[in-house]
Design a protein around this ligand. Structure first.
Ligand code: GLN
Length: 386
């Protein structure tokens, strides 16, 4: 076969698709890839049907329909105190596309990009595809905190950008005010662009509002903030996301976006614009997920599994070693789906290099109570036979 791009020939299929594929094939309970079992709120389905019937279904404006760009600005003004206009917002086909567009817009050949591990597995290949070099900063359990010395040790004169995921998937931890200030200070001292994957900003269970790195003093002109309607509304298949940045930055990210997907289906954009205006809808979903999280965490604790601390996301991590399980996470996840019928995500799949923690497993909680209880029972029964 003719030579293909080594970035992709060397790449495995993403762990999320791999685990969902195994779950589909075997009928396992899928607590791997993050998605709710329930359909999104009916208000969204009704709004998209109305938009299908009443609005244009041809190419929308490349940067997104004005209604959604305005709704995103207003949503962040209300929920995070950000001062934005429609010119700050570029709508994308999901947050992964936004991450790709942001990286393509920022990274040129030879640029180094800081990535914090564990990391969503799209970041490093996207940096490489852009001609850049990912430089990993390893975070450590159980708090996964940013440390000045580790970050500064990774910076060279070629460092151009950092990718920062907060709240952090897979751990569900949230950066403190001190960590945000530290990162802002480092980004400015070294003239870095911050690409902030904040898709979990509304899926937070400590009652505190999300704080964006974009809001830190001096960061407005060097931050690209990424959000996701799929996460906010539990509609992952819709693939509606956005980038928010100062207009000069947004204009360049828009040029990367125009040759990825160009536009995002207009009926989905109109529906998301309507839904973003409804604070009760967002709060209701958060309450639902707080309940599913409690059910899974309590079930795991009752089963003698050590739940790691976390405040956000659809995920709970368990510490296998602290639970008395000596199998590594990848083997455990592989056997668990095949032998016990429960799909999960091993944390080491979201880590490159030799120092990966190999004792942590991620489980998705946004599922019906009966399914969560069944999964915990299956894990407990299987474990007792190990
Ligand atoms: N963010 C999702 C998760 O962590 C995965 C996204 C995807 O599979 N594209 O489960």
């Amino acid at each position: 076969m003719a030579a293909l791009n080594p970035v992709y020939t060397a790449l495995p299929t993403t762990i999320f698709e791999h685990m969902s594929g195994l779950a589909r094939a075997s009928g396992a309970i899928n607590l791997g890839q993050g998605f709710p079992d329930a359909p999104p709120p009916f208000a969204l389905t009704a709004a998209v049907a109305r938009a299908m019937a009443e609005r244009s279904q041809q190419y929308p404006p490349m940067a997104g329909v004005p209604e959604l760009r305005d709704a995103v600005s207003a949503f962040y003004a209300r929920t995070q105190g950000l001062e934005l206009t429609r010119d700050h917002v570029i709508v994308t086909s999901g947050a992964t596309e936004a991450v790709a567009a942001a990286i393509l817009a920022v990274v040129a050949a030879g640029d180094e990009v800081l990535l914090f591990q564990p990391a969503y597995d799209a970041y490093a290949p996207l940096v490489r595809r852009a001609g850049g070099v990912p430089v990993f900063v390893n975070l450590r359990p159980p708090h996964w905190q940013l440390e000045r010395t580790a970050i500064e040790a990774a910076i060279t004169p070629r460092t151009r950008a950092l990718v920062f995921n907060d709240p952090l998937n897979p751990t569900g931890t949230v950066a403190s005010a001190t960590e945000l200030a530290l990162l802002a200070q480092i980004a400015q001292a070294h003239d870095l662009i911050a690409i902030c994957d904040e898709v979990w900003e509304q899926v937070r269970f400590d009652g505190q509002p999300h704080r964006s790195l974009l809001a830190e003093p001096g960061m407005a002109g060097r931050t690209i903030k990424i959000g996701s309607a799929g996460k906010i509304f539990g509609a992952t298949g819709w693939k509606v996301g956005w980038m928010v940045a100062a207009p000069e930055l947004a204009a360049v990210t828009a040029k990367a976006h125009q040759f990825l997907t160009f536009t995002t289906p207009p009926m989905l954009q109109y529906a998301v614009a309507e839904a973003l205006a409804d604070d009760g809808l967002v709060q209701g979903l958060r309450d639902d997920w707080a309940a599913t999280r409690a059910i899974l965490n309590q079930g795991l604790a009752r089963a003698g599994l050590a739940v790691l601390p976390g405040l956000a996301t659809w995920f709970t991590c368990i510490d296998l070693a602290a639970s008395g399980i000596v199998i590594d996470d990848a083997t455990f996840a592989d056997r668990l789906v095949r032998e016990a019928g429960v799909a999960s995500i091993p944390l080491s799949a979201l880590w490159e290099g030799p120092d990966a923690p190999r004792h942590i497993l991620r489980l998705c909680h946004c599922k019906p109570a009966a399914m969560l209880n069944d999964a915990v029972e299956r894990i407990t029964r299987w474990r007792s036979e190990l």
